[in-house]
Every structure is written in C-alpha cells, then in structure tokens.
Ligand binder design. Structure first.
Ligand SMILES: Nc1ccn([C@@H]2O[C@H](COP(=O)(O)OP(=O)(O)OP(=O)(O)O)[C@@H](O)[C@H]2O)c(=O)n1
Ligand SMILES: C[C@](O)(CO)[C@H](O)COP(=O)(O)O
Length: 237
C-alpha cells in the first residue's frame, strides 16, 4: 500500500544534552536523521517524505540529504514550538491524499516489515499505531509523590511511531485540536479526541526513540545485534 510520511525533526534535543539538535548526532558515523530517512527512502511503498526541521537548520539538512542521496524529500518545512505544531506544519505541505504516516526523526530502528504490518491494519480503521505491551507495573502518583492508583497492566501499551492515518482524518484531528486548544503527545491522541478508533499493532522493543544519552548505548547494542543481517535496511544506503 502506497503512503507518504511526515518526519518531525524540529526538536531541541534537550534531554540528549548533545549541545544541539540530536538529529545531527552521528550514530556509528551516520547522522541520526539519515538513519531514519533511509528506511523510507528504501521502501518502495513510500512515495514522498516531508521533513519538519528547525528554521535555522534547513540549509544543513538540505546538505545532508544531498550528500546521502535522500531523493524522496518533497518538502523541508519549518517546525513549531511543540511536536504537535511541527506535524501540523508538515501536513500543510503534503500534496497527496491517501495514507499518511507520522514517524519521529529520532526513531532510526523501525523496520520495513513493521511499517507494512501497520499499513495492513489502517485500511479498516481510522488510525493505527505500533506499540508494545508494558512490562513494568504502572502507578499514578500525586504531586506529593504518593500512589493514587495502580493501573491494570494487561490494558497498558507503550506507544511508538510510525502512526498511520488517512490524510483527511489526520488533518481534521489536527484542525479540531488547534481550534479547541487540545494538546496531545502523539498524533493518535488527537484522532481519539474526535472519537476516532485507533488500532494497536504489536511492534518491536528495538524501535526506541533516542531521547537521553543512555539511548546511544542502546542504539549501539541494536546495531551490533543487526550487523551481518544482509536483509536489514540499514545496510543498503
Ligand atoms: N517542536 C518539536 C519537538 C519535537 N519534534 C520532533 O519530535 C520527535 C520526538 O521528540 P523528542 O524525542 O522529544 O525530541 P526533542 O524535542 O528534540 O527532545 P527534547 O524534548 O529532549 O528537547 C523528534 O524527532 C523531534 O525532533 C519536532 O519536530 N518539533
Ligand atoms: C510520539 C511519541 O514518540 C510516541 O511515543 C512520543 O509521545 C513523543 O513524545 P516526546 O515527549 O515528544 O518525546
């Protein structure tokens, strides 16, 4: 199934503490954003990529894309203060309807197989997200750090990207959120807000978001584990 993808990459990378946007960090000598983009560059079902970046970083990003032959980037769009604003900015630059994926620039270990399983699930619902079952016991806490509730673990999922939607549904969800002041930490929550049904699609623990310095060690481990796998997307660009 053909799709387009919006890649929000306009963060500050504060928790990574790398002195700048973590998208430019080299992970085994390849910039993080390039690791993420090449998965989509190499996926024949992906027809176009919109990358949302910080306004001051457009030139640097363009140079990277040229250097690494990332040819599917249809637009480089200046982002907003929050991730939600950045995705909305990206949506304005998609000139194709159909299925749209949103995928964090900071998640470089997504596999084509997972993307295609997600796509297979989105056709009969309003949205689909990759997710893993929670392994820890999750409790809610008060401001004073007392437990207020222990949640039922069997019902809990840790949600990742990519998240898949029809273009019309995602656009409507973002517009309603904007007009009502609703904010969410992922795109599915905006669709849920307008009562859309979101399918949970089991994903992989490897699809981490590089958020803190510890995640760099985890990334090295994942790369080590995948080394030698000639079918891996990462070996091809
Ligand atoms: N205003 C923002 C904030 C985040 N993002 C993107 O959304 C993804 C997930 O965000 P996160 O991991 O939180 O990245 P940062 O915002 O860069 O990190 P931090 O919160 O530590 O500053 C990243 O690819 C990031 O670049 C974005 O496009 N626009
Ligand atoms: C969209 C997301 O990656 C799903 O897990 C996550 O919610 C992004 O959160 P962040 O606070 O922007 O890192």
């Amino acid at each position: 199934m053909a799709y387009t993808v919006i890649i929000p990459a306009a963060g500050q990378g504060k928790r990574m503490n790398a002195g700048g946007n973590k998208q430019f960090l080299n992970i085994r000598s390849l910039p993080l954003i390039i690791r993420t983009l090449r998965i989509f560059q190499n996926d024949e079902a992906c027809t176009a990529i919109v990358v949302v970046v910080n306004a001051g970083e457009i030139g640097d990003m363009e140079r990277l894309f040229t250097h690494y032959n990332v040819s599917k980037v249809q637009a480089l769009v200046p982002g907003g203060k929050e991730r939600q604003e950045s995705v909305y900015a990206g949506l304005q630059h998609l000139d194709q309807a159909g299925i749209v994926l949103v995928h964090d620039g900071a998640r470089p270990f997504i596999r084509q197989e997972e993307i295609h399983r997600l796509l297979a699930e989105v056709s009969d619902t309003q949205g689909a997200v990759l997710a893993t079952k929670v392994k820890d016991t999750i409790k809610k806490g008060s401001d004073e750090q007392f437990v207020t509730e222990t949640l039922t673990r069997d019902e809990l999922w840790s949600v990742q990207t990519p998240q898949a939607f029809s273009f019309d549904m995602l656009k409507k969800a973002h517009e309603v959120a904007l007009n009502t002041g609703f904010t969410g930490t992922d795109d599915a929550s905006l669709v849920e807000y307008i009562s859309g049904k979101i399918r949970l699609v089991p994903g992989s623990e490897d699809n981490i978001k590089l958020t803190t310095p510890d995640d760099i060690g985890m990334a090295e481990m994942i790369l080590g584990k995948r080394k030698g796998d000639e079918h891996e997307d990462w070996a091809r660009l």
